[in-house]
Ligand binder design. Sequence first.
Ligand code: CU
Length: 117
Amino acid sequence: MRSKFSLRRQFLAGVLGASLASLAIAGSVNATESGVVHEVKIHKFKFVPDSLEVSLGDQIKWINMDIAPHTATAKDKTWNSGRLKVDESYVLEVTADMATNYFCRFHPNMKATLTIK
Ligand SMILES: [Cu+2]
């Protein structure tokens, strides 16, 4: 009897956890739908554009169009796309305290900036 009860509790906790998780996902999708998505192409070893104006809540999407791998990495390393292969992309939401200077870890001469309006 006791074990049956605790099994049921575990089941309920699982259902509750799952619904909370889906609520959280739905919430974040709604929040981002209101913002703008800015595309930055990584092309011929350059970020295009290499200077971009963004607003809080916007998203920035980097797309690697080169055969060579690249990254988009904050100068202070607080955010990082990781290694992007050709056609791979990375999306980041603009926050007030985010680092606005970034570069490519594989090609440190590749640099770009964000300006938060
Ligand atoms: Cu690179």
